[in-house]
Each structure stands twice: as structure tokens, then as C-alpha cells.
Design a protein around this ligand. Structure first.
Ligand SMILES: NC(=O)c1ccc[n+]([C@@H]2O[C@H](COP(=O)([O-])OP(=O)(O)OC[C@H]3O[C@@H](n4cnc5c(N)ncnc54)[C@H](O)[C@@H]3O)[C@@H](O)[C@H]2O)c1
Length: 255
């Protein structure tokens, strides 16, 4: 399929995991991709993989928690390629610790708010302004299963992911008649560095890995490309009547 031929796409968090898979998937379908991440090595690796496929991508070091950097990201896509058609806002953090709410560190709360909440807000604001100027486009915000239910021992993550769904639905309604669609994805456990090496460290915690595996009805974790495929579909004309969704990608977990 070449659904994104000549389209310009921005993917945040594209240096790893779901964002990297999304950037690669866009490039495979002909898009020009701005790969944004704070992780320079990861972002450059994504661009190199896209180049190896014969695709077109540039890397930009962007901390989404900094509004000026986010504005510069959108401006760079427009400066390079004249427009912005699709954005997948994938960059996110967990806060790095597990603790019940009364002991949850303020620093972890602040990190979740800075990146997941403020960062997604800055992205949405800058991207919507550009899409409005052009007369349309699509945005997909990567939320989480933790956006739809409680997430014990990580209230900061849970609260900020819930907020992403609220922002998604609000923007979806506001711009529904402007040819702009805004949706969210809510993945369950997806095998990426975040879950394998980060806060949960499933790579070194086989018992917890079994639990997270069995949470899905399919009794496996998802792959980054399985989330990327849905993100691309939500960005494509094939989902033209869909906006304001908080769609699970969860191997049947919520069922
Ligand atoms: N892996 C899962 O099980 C899972 C489940 C539900 C939701 N998610 C969400 O999916 C998204 C991608 O996660 P992943 O699993 O691919 O994790 P990951 O850690 O592999 O990738 C996240 C990327 O975001 C980047 N990033 C972090 N903070 C940033 C910032 N301030 N500015 C720019 N980039 C930043 C990181 O450098 C990293 O490259 C996140 O929003 C995460 O919350 C993941």
C-alpha cells in the first residue's frame, strides 16, 4: 500500500518502540517523516533504517516538554516539505517508579505531567494550528490502556494518559468540521524498551512478565508494529469517518 505517498508526517518518540515502528511504517508507504525524539542515537537509527528502505526522513532532537522545541518541530516539517499531513504523538514516559498513591514521588508525578500531559498538549496545539492553516490533516495521540482504567502504583502515568483521551476528544469535536481528525490509541502491554527495561523491567522479572502477558486474552504482548499499523490506519483516508476515538489495541484485554 502507498497510502501516504507525498504526505508529510511527524512522529514523536520515534527513536524507539512504537514511535520507531510508526515512523518506519509511514516511510514504507511513501511518507516523508520527521523523526522527533530526545534520544539522538535512537532517532538517528530510525532515520538510517528509513534511508536503507529507500525512504525519506530527517531526525530532529525535540524534547516535547519544551513548547518552543515542539513549535520548532512543526515549523521544520513545513520548512522541509511545505506542509504537515499526519502527526503521531508517541513520546511518553512512565515516571520510572512504582508506588501507591500516598507514597508516589512528586518528582515522578511532575515528569509524567511535563512529558505526557504538557508535551502532548504542546504537540496538539502546534499541529492543529498548522492543519487548520492548510485545511486538514490527522493526529493520533498514543495514550494507553491506563487511560481507560485504574493503573495501580503509577497514578502519575494513569492520570496523564487519561488526560490525553480528554484532549483528544475535545480537539476532535472542535475541529470535526475543519477536515481534521484526532484520535487516540490505548495499547495494553507492548514489547518495547519502556516495558521490558523501564519501570517494570520485565526482562529481569519473569513472574511479572507472565502476569503482563496473561493480561491479554491472546496470552501474549503486542508488537510495536501492531500498534503502528492501527495508527497508520487512523491517519489514512480509510478511517475518514472516525474522530474522537480512544481505541484499544490490546489483544482482547478489555473484552
Ligand atoms: N509499551 C507499552 O506497553 C505501552 C503501552 C501503552 C502505551 N504506551 C505508550 O506508547 C508510547 C511509546 O512507548 P514505547 O513503549 O514505544 O516506549 P519507548 O520507551 O520504547 O519509546 C518512547 C520514546 O519516547 C521518547 N521520549 C521520552 N520522553 C520524551 C520527550 N520529553 N521528548 C521527546 N521524546 C521523548 C524516548 O526517548 C523514547 O525513544 C508512550 O507514550 C507510552 O506511554 C506503551
Amino acid at each position: 500500500m502507498n497510502r501516504f505517498e507525498n504526505k508529510v508526517c511527524v512522529v514523536t518518540g520515534a527513536g524507539s518502540g512504537i514511535g520507531q515502528a510508526t515512523a518506519l511504517a509511514f516511510a514504507r508507504e511513501g511518507a516523508r517523516v520527521l523523526v522527533a525524539d530526545v534520544n539522538v542515537a535512537g532517532g538517528e537509527a530510525t532515520v538510517n533504517q528509513i534511508a536503507a528502505l529507500g525512504g525519506t526522513a530527517i531526525f530532529m532532537s525535540v524534547n516535547i516538554a519544551e513548547q518552543q522545541q515542539v513549535e520548532a518541530m512543526v515549523a521544520r516539517a513545513v520548512a522541509e516539505w511545505g506542509r504537515l499531513d499526519c502527526a503521531v504523538n508517541c513520546a511518553g514516559v512512565t515516571g520510572g517508579v512504582s508506588a501507591p498513591t500516598h507514597e508516589y514521588p512528586d518528582a515522578a508525578w511532575a515528569q509524567n505531567v511535563a512529558v505526557n500531559l504538557n508535551g502532548t498538549w504542546f504537540c496538539l496545539k502546534a499541529q492543529l494550528a498548522q492543519l487548520l492553516k492548510q485545511g486538514g490533516g490527522t493526529i493520533v495521540n498514543i495514550a494507553s490502556a491506563a487511560a481507560l482504567k485504574g493503573h495501580p502504583n503509577n497514578i502519575g502515568y494513569c492520570a496523564t494518559k487519561h488526560a490525553i483521551v480528554g484532549m483528544t476528544k475535545t480537539a476532535a469535536i472542535e475541529y470535526a468540521t475543519n477536515n481534521i481528525r484526532v484520535n487516540a490509541l490505548c495499547p495494553s502491554a507492548i514489547e518495547t524498551p519502556m516495558i521490558m527495561d523501564g519501570r517494570l523491567n520485565l526482562r529481569n522479572n519473569p513472574e511479572l512478565k507472565v502476569k503482563f502477558t496473561n493480561d491479554q486474552a491472546m496470552k501474549r504482548m503486542g508488537r510495536p508494529d501492531e500498534v503502528a499499523d492501527v495508527a497508520l490506519w487512523l491517519c489514512s483516508d480509510q478511517s475518514s469517518f472516525m474522530t474522537g476515538h480512544a481505541m484499544t489495541v490490546d489483544g482482547g484485554m478489555f473484552a
